[in-house]
Design a protein around this ligand. Structure first.
Ligand code: NAD
Ligand code: MG
Length: 330
């Protein structure tokens, strides 16, 4: 069984007198800054001079400083800017402000695992990664609960890296729900695999393939949209709340029989082999190299592919159909 930590395992005293810099004030940043501040920690938000988020952070009662100053005045530096920006911001504004015994924290392992950031050996490096979007991390905390999170230690200079991570997670509210111990390698590789093979990549292509098959066979695109995209939410909600068997109990026997007999023909042995190749590209760093180089090329291919994807008939049609659904907040 995986190691789990709860409130009783965390000692907030491990961060007593230590200032926490939250670099970035987006989805995760605002939630971490506000929860930790409400939990009694001293927090400073590190932002670019021109950042549009600075006013929001100040209005919320937080102290704001440029990234280099926030780093220099803090003991714990949590990096919550977009993953593709982290390496350059680290090089330019964070690295020179790190002092012996500081801790560099992340909410995703990409830049450490793939060597885009190489921290000095005289600091702790750890991860506290909530398994939910920032607004949820904030709201659930305010309601007295917590969103579960992953915790990992990559480098333990002080011998207290885990304790400090646990205290941070306690302030965030995560230990109220449970903290699962992992490694930077495991978190990074499974996160990338999940979004590529299942959550984003697999799901998008499954929807498009189903839609195209129906439309090519002469069915009305509107009907194909409802069947292959719109109703997906109902099924995913059932799976999320009740598991796969629970979903099957709640659909018709016809649907369940079709699911069990036809599903494995869609996600067949060939697809499973391809999933292994995708995982291999993640494990070997091939994907990471491709993505880092793509960013260095100012996303030349990515920009073009995005346009092609957005032009799929499903997308135009979807805009029209969703505007008829008053209950969707656009
Ligand atoms: P985000 O895009 O919502 O926010 C990024 C913020 O960083 C911006 O709002 C801005 O304040 C700041 N910023 C952007 N560029 C900057 C720069 N060059 N210099 C200084 N500040 C800059 O990002 P996010 O979704 O909160 O992700 C932050 C980290 O948390 C990432 O490592 C991500 O993988 C991780 N994470 C995100 C989620 C999630 O649900 N969003 C969940 C778990 C972990
Ligand atoms: Mg993810």
């Amino acid at each position: 069984m995986a190691k789990m930590y709860y409130d009783k395992d965390a000692n907030p005293e491990a961060l007593k007198g230590q200032r926490i810099a939250i670099i970035g004030y987006g989805s995760q940043g605002h939630a971490h800054a506000l929860n930790l501040s409400d939990s009694g920690f001293e927090v400073v938000v590190g932002l670019r001079e021109s950042s549009p988020s600075a006013d929001r952070a100040r209005e919320a009662g937080l102290t704001v400083a440029p990234v280099d100053e926030a780093t220099a005045m803090s003991d714990i530096i949590m990096v919550l800017i977009p993953d593709d920006q982290q390496a350059s911001v680290y090089r330019e504004y964070i690295s020179s402000g790190l002092e012996q015994g500081n801790a560099l924290f992340f909410a995703h392992g990409f830049n450490i695992h793939y060597n885009q950031i190489r921290p000095p050996e005289f600091i702790d490096v750890a991860m506290v990664a909530p398994k939910g979007p920032g607004p949820m991390v904030r709201q659930v905390y305010q309601e007295g609960g917590g969103v579960p999170a992953l915790i990992a230690v990559e480098q333990d200079f002080t011998g207290k890296a885990l304790e400090r991570g646990l205290a941070y997670a306690h302030g965030l509210g995560a230990t109220r729900a449970g903290l699962l111990e992992t490694t930077f390698k495991e978190e990074t590789e499974t996160d990338l695999f999940g979004e590529q093979a299942v959550l984003c990549g697999g799901t998008s292509e499954l929807i498009k393939a189903g839609f195209d098959t129906l439309v090519d066979a002469g069915y009305q695109p509107e009907v194909a949209y409802f069947e292959c995209l719109h109703e997906l939410k109902l099924i995913v909600d059932l799976i999320h709340s009740h598991g796969i068997s629970g979903m099957r109990e709640r659909v018709s026997d016809t649907a369940e029989y079709g699911d069990i007999t036809r599903g494995p023909r869609v996600i067949n042995a060939e697809v499973r082999e391809e999933m292994k190749r995708i995982l291999d590209e993640i494990q070997t760093g091939k994907f990471a190299t491709e993505w880092v180089l793509e960013n260095q090329a100012n996303r030349a291919s990515f920009a073009t592919m995005r346009k092609v994807e957005a032009a799929h008939p499903l997308e135009e049609l979807g805009k029209k159909l969703r505007s008829m659904m008053s209950w969707l907040n656009q």
